[in-house]
Design a protein around this ligand. Structure first.
Ligand code: PHE
Length: 460
C-alpha cells in the first residue's frame, strides 16, 4: 500500500481535529440555538453533554482509527470485523451528504464577506433573494469546494495540517478582536447576561434535545471523522489528552462565538433582547443588519472580518468532511489522493445542487417533502439535515460505541488508550468509561436517534 501520510506533529493533529469540530455549528448553530433555547441554560446542558457523554465517543473513534491505521470503512476489517464495516459506510455516506449542504451554506457566508466589505448591508433584508440567485451563490460555493478539494488533495501533513495551522490561529485572533469591539457597544452587558446567567425555569425537553444534537454535530462525531484523523497519528500520543483538547477547543470557540454575538444583540435591542431574530436567520439577517447600524466603515470592517472568520471555521470542517470519503477511496480502491479529492468533491458538489436550489430558486426543492403529521413542507437542504445530521450521526455513534465495547472488546480498546497514557489502569477515567460505555452511552444515542426519527418524520 502506498504511504498514507501522517500528521507531522501533535499540535498539527490537534489543530486539524479541532478545526474539524469548530465550524458553522459553533459560530452559527450554537449562538442561534442558545438564543432560541433560553440562553445560559442551553449552554449548561450543552456543556454537560459534550464532556460527560460525547467525549467517550470521540475517544472511541480515535482508538479505532489509530489501532487500525485505516479509513472509516477499512478500519473495521483491519480490526478483524469486516461484517461491521457498514458502520463506516454509513459514516462515509453521512460525510458526503453533510458536505453537500454544508458547502452551500459556506458559499453563502463566503459571498457575504464581499457584500459586507462593499457595505451592502441591505442584502440582509433580501436574504431570500440572495439565496435564490443560485448562479451567484452557487459560484461562491464552487470556489469553496475547490479550496476544500485543493487542501485535501495536498495530503495530510502538507494540506490538512498546514491549512489548519494557519486558519485556526487566524480564526481565534479575529474572534477575540471582535469580542473586544462588541463588548464596548452600549447595552453589551444585557446580551452577556442572557448568555451566561442561567434561568432554570427555561429548562424544557426541547432545550435538552436541541443541546444534545448541537453538541454531537459540533464535535464532528458519529461519522468516522476521528477514525480517519486518528489513523494518521502516532502510537505514543495520549488519546485522552488529545480528545480533551479537541473538546475544550470546540466548546471554547462556541462560547467565544456567543460572547462575540450576544453583546451585538444587546446593542441592537437597546438591552431588551426582544424583537431580535435569534433563530437560523441570526447570522445572515440579524447580524448584517447590526453591522449596518454600527456605521458604514466600522460596520463594513466588522462584517467582513466576521464572515471571513466564519469561512475559515467552515473550511477546516469541510476539509474533514471530504477527507472521510477520500481516505476511504484512497485506501480501498487504490486511487491517487489527488484524483480521489477532485472526483469526490465534484460528486458532492452535484449532490448539493438541490440544496442550493431549495432556498427559493426552485419551488419543487423549496417545498420538497411534507412529513407525516407536519403542516408545512420541508425544503431539500433541511431534509438532508434531518437525515444526515439528526438521524445518521447519533445512529453511527451508537453503533461505533457498541462495536468498540462488545465486538472489538473493551480490553482491546483500553489497551489502545493505555498506549500513550501512563497509569490508565488506575485512573478514574477508566472507571468512568467502564461505567458509561457498555450500555448507557450507546443506549442514549440510540434513543436519541429513535426519538428524532419518530418526531421529525412521523409526527410523534
Ligand atoms: N463539527 C462541524 C461544525 O460544527 C461540522 C462537522 C460535522 C464536521 C461532522 C465534520 C463532521 O460545523
Amino acid at each position: 500500500m502506498a504511504a498514507r501520510g501522517n500528521f507531522s506533529s501533535r499540535i498539527g493533529f490537534i489543530a486539524a481535529a479541532a478545526g474539524s469540530a469548530v465550524g458553522l455549528g459553533n459560530i452559527w448553530g450554537f449562538p442561534y440555538e442558545a438564543g432560541a433555547g433560553g440562553g445560559a441554560i442551553f449552554v449548561l446542558v450543552y456543556l454537560f453533554f459534550c464532556f460527560a457523554l460525547f467525549f467517550p465517543v470521540m475517544l472511541t473513534e480515535l482508538a479505532i482509527g489509530r489501532k487500525s491505521g485505516r479509513n472509516a470503512v477499512g478500519a473495521f476489517e483491519a480490526l478483524g470485523h469486516k461484517k461491521w464495516n457498514f458502520i463506516g459506510k454509513l459514516g462515509v455516506l453521512s460525510g458526503v451528504l453533510i458536505l453537500s449542504f454544508y458547502n452551500v451554506i459556506a458559499g453563502w457566508a463566503f459571498g457575504y464577506t464581499f457584500e459586507m466589505a462593499a457595505g451592502n448591508f441591505e442584502v440582509t433584508e433580501h436574504f431570500r433573494a440572495y439565496t435564490t440567485n443560485i448562479f451567484a451563490v452557487g459560484s461562491y460555493g464552487l470556489l469553496f469546494m475547490i479550496a476544500t478539494a485543493y487542501i485535501v488533495s495536498k495530503g495530510v501533513s502538507e494540506g490538512i495540517e498546514k491549512a489548519a495551522k494557519v486558519l485556526m490561529p487566524s480564526l481565534i485572533i479575529m474572534m477575540f478582536s471582535l469580542i473586544i469591539y462588541s463588548l464596548f457597544l452600549p447595552n453589551a452587558m444585557a446580551g452577556i447576561k442572557f448568555f451566561l446567567l442561567p434561568d432554570f425555569s427555561k429548562l424544557t425537553s426541547t432545550v435538552v434535545f436541541n443541546a444534545m444534537g448541537q453538541a454531537f454535530f459540533s464535535l464532528s462525531l458519529g461519522m468516522g471523522t476521528f477514525i480517519t484523523y486518528g489513523s494518521y497519528i502516532k502510537k505514543n500520543d495520549n488519546l485522552i489528552g488529545s480528545a480533551a483538547l479537541i473538546t475544550l477547543t470546540d466548546v471554547g470557540i462556541a462560547i467565544t462565538a456567543g460572547l462575540m454575538i450576544f453583546p451585538l444583540i444587546g446593542f441592537i435591542s437597546g438591552g431588551s433582547l426582544s424583537g431580535v431574530g435569534r433563530g437560523p436567520e441570526l447570522i445572515f439577517v440579524t447580524l448584517p443588519h447590526i453591522f449596518g447600524e454600527i456605521g458604514p466603515t466600522a460596520g463594513a470592517i466588522v462584517g467582513m472580518v466576521f464572515f471571513l472568520l466564519l469561512c475559515f471555521a467552515a473550511l477546516t470542517s469541510t476539509v474533514s468532511l471530504l477527507e472521510v470519503p477520500v481516505s476511504y477511496v484512497v485506501d480501498e480502491f487504490k486511487l491517487s489522493r489527488k484524483k480521489a479529492a477532485w472526483m469526490m468533491s465534484g460528486i458532492v458538489y452535484l449532490i448539493g445542487i438541490p440544496s442550493l436550489m431549495g432556498n427559493g430558486y426552485s419551488s419543487y426543492f423549496s417545498e420538497f417533502i411534507t412529513y407525516i403529521g407536519a403542516d408545512q413542507p420541508t425544503d431539500f437542504l433541511s431534509f438532508i439535515v434531518n437525515i444526515a445530521n439528526d438521524s445518521f450521526l447519533p445512529l453511527g455513534g451508537a453503533l461505533m460505541v457498541f462495536f468498540a465495547v462488545h465486538i472489538w472488546k473493551k480490553e482491546n480498546m483500553e489497551a489502545e488508550i493505555a498506549a500513550g497514557f501512563e497509569n490508565y489502569e488506575n485512573s478514574w477515567i477508566r472507571k468512568y468509561l467502564r461505567f458509561v460505555m457498555p450500555v448507557l452511552l450507546p443506549g442514549t444515542l440510540f434513543i436519541i436517534f429513535s426519538m428524532i426519527v419518530l418526531s421529525t418524520f412521523f409526527g410523534f
